[in-house]
Design a binder for this molecule. Structure first.
Ligand SMILES: O=C(O)CCC(=O)C(=O)O
Ligand SMILES: [Fe+2]
Length: 265
């Protein structure tokens, strides 16, 4: 299995591997790479929904969804995103966000597998939230350092959030579902959110994933945000998503990794 950094400045390409047949060592390398790069991309996988679930479990215990959104009978772990309502959930995430940010305990990892490749459109954009924080001017870092965001449903999070495992600071912001910043006038908060939204899309910051059938993509939701682009129902697109539960995440464990490398050296 080959893991190489992508030219974007974050994310890594995973090659020469059939994810259905990974060893414990490969699994550990994938978890290490996710923590380091924030985003993993593997092409040309061939996974049934059940196999997608098994491979996803490399990163932890999965969330379950009610049948109204899960769509595949008997597989509540798969949230199906689609361009046509008859296939799945449409109009999902057309703004910068991390999945599950509207919950008290947010979703740490999201994993996608493209089942049906549309002829036109349907790219997914990714941006690095830690680089976004690092690349803010110092006064801006000061200004936002202690701010709290409030979702429309009342759930609050720190705008600048330390990654639960690496402790690196990143901007944690759901541009679509955030109602405002606690303690700021509505117009000031709207202006700040707009500014950060634009900052996420600043030149050179965005990786555009042009999906091919069989693509398997893993995102650390504390490290990267994503944004769906428009797709016409004329073009069929089916994207199966699994998400890791906040209490079930399996971050890479350095001790296991080092011990494992010694064994395999
Ligand atoms: O359809 C997409 O490109 C992504 C949609 C989304 O935000 C998600 O699946 O979490
Ligand atoms: Fe999403």
């Amino acid at each position: 299995m080959k893991i190489t950094s992508m030219a974007t400045g974050f994310g890594a390409l995973v090659e020469d591997i059939d994810l259905k047949e990974i060893t414990d060592r490969d699994a550990n390398r994938l978890r290490a790479a996710l923590l380091e790069h924030g985003l993993l991309v593997a092409h040309k996988q061939n996974l049934s929904p059940q196999e997608q679930i098994s491979v996803s479990e490399t990163f932890g215990t999965l969330e379950s969804f009610p049948p109204s959104v899960a769509k595949i009978p008997g597989l509540p772990q798969i949230f199906r995103v689609a361009s046509r309502a008859t296939d799945g959930n449409t109009d999902v995430g057309r703004y910068w966000h991390s999945d599950g940010s509207f919950k008290e305990r947010v979703t740490p990892i999201s994993i996608w597998y493209l089942v049906e490749q549309p002829k036109v459109g349907g790219d997914t954009l990714f941006t690095d939230l830690q680089l976004a924080y690092e690349e803010l001017p110092a006064p801006m870092k000061m200004e936002i350092g202690q701010l709290i965001t409030a979702h429309h449903n009342g759930i609050q999070h720190s705008l600048v959030l330390a990654h639960p495992k690496t402790k690196k600071l990143g901007i944690y912001l759901n541009v679509g579902l955030t109602g405002g910043i606690v303690g700021l006038e509505p117009d000031k908060s709207a202006m700040l959110i707009k500014k950060l939204d634009a900052h996420f899309s600043r030149p050179g910051a965005v990786y555009t994933h042009e999906w091919q059938a069989g693509d398997f993509v893993v995102a650390d939701n504390f490290h990267v945000a994503h944004k769906a682009t428009p797709i016409s129902a004329e073009y069929r697109r089916i994207l199966n998503r699994t998400t890791v539960r906040s209490d079930g995440v399996r971050w890479f464990d350095k001790d296991i990794y080092v011990a494992d490398q010694n064994v395999h050296a």
